[in-house]
Design a binder for this molecule. Structure first.
Ligand SMILES: O=C([O-])C(=O)C[C@H](O)[C@@H](O)C(=O)[O-]
Length: 304
């Protein structure tokens, strides 16, 4: 895909579902390029608005910068002609800046800036961190508000003012007051991406708060279901949304909530459940137990 100016990228992303592909690892836990490529080809064959390589569901947090660069390059090669590929920027400011530069060189269309690891941070410190990454690239940047980098409405307004290539806010908190304050202040200067675990759960109410799209981990193994769900959300078809929540999403999150880290492990297990073999997760995550996998497989079979 030719370089998308940040505004054009924002327009494209805000009106469709977003794919966050898992990254396949082999038995030795090295990146399994062949299976990852095959997955990307499948994921990008449907109508999605963007593909975020090595995101949270893609276990970017378990990879070295070299591996992230390799995975982003593979995603651009495999899917970039059909769908904009966004790369992660993670960790320290220096590391995130280096990843932002590498992503642009690799031909990515945009960046998702993750919280820095471990330390707590003030709002002023986050403004500097976000600004440094935005200044390091011409790409459009979406900032992920979550964990140790939860942005106040005033901070979102400030970083949007200071950084013309900041195009979006991804919300991993779901605080209704903060979202309302943010949209009231910043409006359509940014796009808003739902990024809570199993984002479908929150998609309909968040639409009212300006959140027009979300990162769907479910899309990894149930792409048609996820796209139907997204269409029902955008059409504000409450009957369909609640029936899909009852039939699949709520029993699925009952399994997901059994163990910390399952929000990612269950997605790889979902691929195995549909006969595609998601492979293992890397530590510190753990795979589903056999009993949990069997329950998930039965649940998937019910809606297939
Ligand atoms: O970086 C990520 O993978 C996420 O933001 C988390 C998921 O995609 C989340 O939205 C979900 O589980 O649907």
């Amino acid at each position: 895909m030719t370089l998308l100016p940040p505004d054009a990228l924002a327009d494209r992303l805000k009106s469709g579902l977003l794919s966050f592909p898992v990254t396949h690892f082999g038995a030795d836990l090295r990146v399994d390029e062949a299976r990852y490529r095959e997955h990307l080809a499948w994921q990008s064959s449907f109508d999605v608005a963007g593909l975020f390589a090595a995101g949270g569901t893609g276990e970017g947090f378990s990879m070295t910068s070299e591996e992230i660069d390799r995975v982003v390059r593979i995603a651009v090669e495999e899917a970039g002609a059909r769908v904009p590929v966004l790369a992660p920027a993670t960790g320290s400011t220096a590391q995130a800046v280096a990843q932002a530069r590498a992503a642009q060189e690799a031909g990515a269309s945009g960046l998702l800036l993750f919280p820095p690891y471990l330390t707590e941070a003030s709002q002023a410190g986050l403004v500097e961190h976000i600004g440094a990454v935005c200044r390091a690239t011409d790409l459009g940047v979406i900032v992920y508000s979550r964990a140790n980098a939860v942005l106040s409405d005033a901070t979102v307004a400030e970083v949007a003012d200071r950084n013309p290539n900041l195009i979006g806010l991804k919300d991993g908190i779901g605080d209704i007051e903060q979202m309302t304050r943010t949209y009231a202040k910043v409006g359509d200067r940014l796009i808003y991406v739902g990024g809570l675990p199993t984002a479908e759960t929150f998609a309909l109410p968040l639409l009212q708060l300006g959140v027009s799209t979300y990162s769907s981990a479910l899309y990894n193994f149930l792409p048609e279901f996820a796209l139907r769900f997204y269409a029902a959300v955008r059409a504000q078809d409450r009957v369909t949304v609640y029936s899909m929540l009852n039939d699949f999403v709520i029993p699925y999150i009952d399994i997901r909530d059994r163990t910390k880290g399952y929000a990612v492990s269950i997605v790889k297990a979902g691929l195995t459940a549909v006969g595609r073999d998601g492979g293992r997760v890397r530590p510190p995550l753990t795979d589903l137990t056999e009993a949990d996998l069997a329950e998930l497989t039965a649940l998937v079979a019910k809606i297939s």
